[in-house]
Design a protein around this ligand. Structure first.
Ligand SMILES: Cc1ncc(COP(=O)(O)O)c(C=O)c1O
Length: 504
């Protein structure tokens, strides 16, 4: 299987290079000796599925969790009804949010848009393997090739499509690093919806190019906290110099959506919610097919960085299903030591935003009033974690890890110098963990298959690299006292039992 596939890849390259009349790497390869040529043919760098092989259903982990998810609660402490969400989301997405169905069909019109860049390649990090002298085989699913440069358009397109089908004309949203805001701007532009993005102040200042991308795709983008909403004005009154947070930006975006008297505006969230996790499972479903094509019979470790949990859910949920059914797979969610939600937060009922506009969600949290330090991995600066990821963590199906930003930038630098691409600061957390796993395989002398999600490129995030190269970044771990103070503010929330089987 692997040899056939390698051969197919070369046929494609030859045709492509030929048609553009370039002096190709393939032609250089023709000059190699027999043994080198064999090596070249066997080393398939990219495993590419055809558009016909794109998954046509999303996978819903809620159907398979050993303990059912606990319900979101309203301000009265009682489980919310779907109708309570109708001012914020369209009913078709609320149905997905509540669904217990294992497989959900992806509408053809969504697939048509996704096929502009999907299926995404699964790549092998040969140079990193050689550098680390590891017997492990390291694969990464390259989500950086989407129009916005990350995994975020996978759900942005789906959400914009369902909203449009429901008759909605405008979406509002928050964004941290700008990846989600630009993804939603792209999706809304593609589907003819208006789009307004509240961008966390620190990223708004650090990452000017993301704002321009949003404007190119016809969206408007303001720094959050802004003076356009009550939630924003409230925060600015207390601290005019705040770096902002995703929790504040969510409050602003929801406030604007709900206030539209025409009823034609809804809010869209780039992570955390069940339907967002669902849409991202296309990542892991494709990766499974591709690993099979690569001749891999099993995978030992699956890794993703975790902000609100969506790229991690995307790569890992289809493998968590295998783990529930008995497969021995380590699943690592990697977060920053500056915002250690899964590793240091409690599993508790908490709001998704600072103004408490969302229901109380059952999740790991640092407290909804927590404002993370202004690290460059802006997309990982979120106080909570997706309830589905949280419940799977309670169950022991996921092992969370926290990495410091300096270690992550060191890993990103090594990656760029070996593999070529410059990753997003968020993605560097997954790379650092994959490297640790590969080194462990070397130390234990074990052949392991490691898969991670390459969630985005860092070409709009060069300011962070600049700071690292100038020696201006230092290690930072959230101080105990700040965490204690923040958690003190949610102590009165309804109690949440951590229900688990104890099997993992
Ligand atoms: C490239 C990239 N990776 C990861 C994340 C983290 O988000 P999530 O945990 O929802 O995947 C973000 C968020 O903006 C991102 O831009």
């Amino acid at each position: 299987m692997r040899h056939n596939f390698a051969f197919n890849c070369h046929c494609v390259s030859l045709k492509e290079f030929g048609s553009f009349g370039l002096k190709s790497a393939f032609l250089e390869g023709m000059k190699l000796g027999d043994s080198a040529r064999k090596e070249y043919a066997v080393k398939t760098n990219r495993i590419i599925l055809s558009e016909r092989d794109i998954p046509t259903q999303w996978y819903n982990l809620a159907a398979d969790l050993p303990h059912p998810m606990q319900p979101p609660l309203g301000p009265d402490g009682k489980p919310i009804s779907p109708s309570m969400l109708e001012k914020i989301f369209p009913t078709n997405l609320i149905e997905q949010e509540m669904s217990q169905q294992r497989w959900i069909d992806i509408p053809d019109e969504i697939l048509e848009i996704l096929c502009r860049w999907r299926p995404a390649p699964l790549c092998r990090a040969y140079r990193l393997e050689q550098h680390l002298k590891t017997p492990a085989r390291i694969y990464y699913k390259d989500e950086s090739l989407s129009p916005a440069g990350s995994h975020k358009p996978n759900t942005a397109v789906a959400q914009a499509w369902y909203n449009k089908k429901f008759g909605i004309k405008k979406l509002t949203t928050e964004t941290g690093a700008g990846q989600w805001g630009s993804a939603l701007a792209f999706a809304c532009n593609t589907l003819g919806l208006a789009c307004k993005v509240y961008m966390v102040r620190i990223s708004f200042d650090q990452k000017p190019f993301r704002k321009i991308m949003m404007r190119v795709w016809n969206a408007s983008c303001v720094a959050s906290p802004s003076d356009e909403t009550n939630a924003g004005r409230e925060v600015l009154k207390k601290d005019p110099n705040t770096p902002g947070s995703l929790g504040i930006a969510i409050s602003e975006a929801i406030e604007e959506a709900v206030a539209d008297p025409s009823g034609k505006t809804r809010y869209s969230l780039g992570s955390v919610l069940n339907h967002v996790m669902l849409h991202q499972t296309i990542i892991g479903l494709e990766a499974k097919k591709q690993l099979e094509l690569a001749g891999e019979k099993k995978v030992d470790a699956v890794i993703g960085c975790a902000g609100g949990g969506s790229n991690f859910a995307g790569i890992s949920f289809p493998f968590i299903a295998d783990k529930i059914n008995g497969a021995a797979i380590q699943i690592y969610a990697v977060e920053p030591t500056a915002c250690p939600t899964l590793t240091r937060g409690p599993f508790a009922y908490d709001y998704g935003d600072i103004a408490q506009t969302t229901p109380l969600l059952p999740m790991y949290t640092l407290g909804h009033k927590f404002i993370p330090a202004p690290i460059h991995a802006g997309g990982l600066r979120y106080h909570g974690m997706a309830p589905l990821v949280s419940q799977a963590t309670v169950e022991g199906l996921i092992k969370p890890r926290a990495y410091d930003q300096v270690k992550c930038y060191e890993s990103a630098m090594l990656w760029a110098r070996l593999e070529g691409a410059i990753c997003a600061p968020e993605t560097s957390h997954a790379i650092a963990c994959a490297m640790d796993e590969a080194v462990k395989a070397r130390e234990e002398g074990k052949e392991r298959v490691i898969l991670f999600c390459y969630s985005g490129h860092g070409l709009m995030d060069l300011a962070g690299y600049d700071k690292f190269l100038s020696g201006e970044l230092s290690e930072y771990s959230l101080p105990d006292q700040i965490l204690k103070d923040s958690l003190g503010k949610i102590r009165h929330h309804p109690q949440l039992a951590a229900k688990k089987t104890g099997k993992w």
